[in-house]
Design a protein around this ligand. Structure first.
Ligand SMILES: Cc1ncc(COP(=O)(O)O)c(C=O)c1O
Length: 403
């Protein structure tokens, strides 16, 4: 059901009829017949894993993002872990990142026995603040992990400048930002290493999956070894060379992405441009509408950025509303709009509070943003009717709760 009528309807949460009859999710994958055929073909082939589709996916991906190397992983989290390893993070080291991210960004630092040090975000893009980052550098700092929140590239120029000055490695968490551009350059070839995720809500999917791109051959080699137990050759290389001998040269994991889903990734990548175009179209429609709705602050886009719009996170202008975020969230859900919140700041999770003593209040900009954030549905298969429903529901709810 699609409707643009907004008022004076009663809210669904108060017994009125919802804007939609079925729930619109905040994100979801699109899988077509060609995707399915490509997977089936691999299932009938000799190589379900460590076969030719892995290299094919990696080469196509590297070419798409403009990086010299791409190394695939079983998830974005595994890819982050590998990047943290390749950056040389170890016990006694620190890495600076944003608290306004998925826990995996900070967790990868902990996997290496190092300590994630949070720096607050900047108010407009809610990405890592370079000035706050500078203030967190210590003799133990080895890396900086900016996150391209919602698909808007971080302040990469300033972060790289800081890193170069202090001899630090920049691992860009671009799990939201496949296809984003910064100063005309594609995300993926800018930082020392860039990490992507292929979770189903992302721009392309392999079910689970991730990638690290880099222009540094040494990082690429370490990343390949790390995902394969630390072994210096893979099974197919040994088979084609007629050799049994291999050497384990570092302590790695089995973080390989199988051919079955690399075939899916190859197919999905062909539709990336179309997916991005649709997401950008939706963002334009949303932003035009939300500028007119009191109580809603649409996301900022800086002139140097062309975001990939993984998410469309609005911030509530709570001063203009008589309800808090939780109430607005519940009201939108009742209208069958599948809203979400990205993210509970990492330092506020019980694990981080218990281990590092965070109590809240340490990162006021991130924490204030968190209190206002709601992610609205954003995925490339959304119809114009879906977009209208989201706008109708947001204006209906904000009108009722307007001060
Ligand atoms: C910012 C960020 N980093 C890392 C990850 C982890 O990726 P994955 O789910 O592929 O392990 C995600 C996943 O959603 C993410 O949003």
């Amino acid at each position: 059901m699609s409707s643009t009528s907004v008022s004076p309807q009663a809210l669904a949460i108060n017994g009125g009829s919802p804007v939609r009859s079925t729930l619109l999710p905040y994100g979801r994958q699109s899988v077509d017949e060609a995707d399915i055929q490509a997977v089936v073909e691999v299932l009938r082939s000799d190589w379900l894993t460590t076969g030719p589709k892995v290299g094919e996916f990696e080469e196509a991906f590297a070419a798409r993002v403009g990086a010299a190397h791409a190394v695939s992983f079983s998830s974005g989290t595994a890819a982050l872990h590998a990047a943290a390893f390749a950056a040389g993070l170890k016990s006694g080291d620190e890495a600076i990142t944003t608290p306004l991210t998925f826990a995996a960004t900070a967790n990868c630092v902990l996997y290496q026995g190092a300590v994630p040090v949070f720096a607050d975000v900047i108010g407009d893009t809610i990405n890592l603040d370079p000035e706050q980052t500078k203030g967190k550098i210590s003799p133990r700092t080895r890396a900086i992990l900016p996150v391209d929140y919602a698909g808007h590239p971080g302040d990469l120029h300033s972060i790289l400048e800081i890193a170069r000055k202090h001899g630090l490695v920049v691992i860009e968490d671009a799990c939201h930002a496949l296809g984003a551009e910064y100063r005309g350059q594609r995300v993926g070839g800018i930082a020392d290493m860039t990490v992507f995720s292929f979770h189903p809500v992302k721009h392309i999917t392999t079910g689970e999956g991730g990638m690290v791109t880099t222009n540094h051959a040494q990082f690429a080699e370490t990343l390949r070894r790390f995902r394969n137990h630390g072994i210096s050759s893979d099974a197919r290389q040994r088979q084609s060379a007629g050799q049994w001998h291999y050497e384990m040269v570092l302590l790695g994991f089995n973080y390989r992405l199988p051919d079955i889903v690399c075939a899916l990734g190859i197919q999905q990548l062909k539709r990336l441009d179309a997916n991005l175009a649709r997401r950008r179209e939706i963002a334009v429609q949303y932003t035009a509408a939300f500028r007119e709705i009191p109580g809603v602050i649409p996301p900022t886009v800086r002139p140097e950025a062309n975001p990939a719009w993984h998410l469309y996170p609005i911030r509530l202008d709570l001063e203009k509303l008589s309800a808090d975020r939780a109430q607005i969230f519940r009201a939108l859900r009742a209208e069958n709009i599948g809203v979400n919140v990205h993210y509970i700041p990492v330092h506020l999770h019980p694990y981080y509070r218990d281990r590092f003593g965070y109590q809240g209040g340490e990162f006021p900009v991130a924490e204030d943003a968190y209190a206002r954030l709601i992610s609205l549905p954003m995925f490339h298969a959304m119809t114009d009717g879906d977009v209208r429903d989201v706008i109708a529901a947001a204006s209906k709810v904000c009108e009722v709760y307007a001060r």
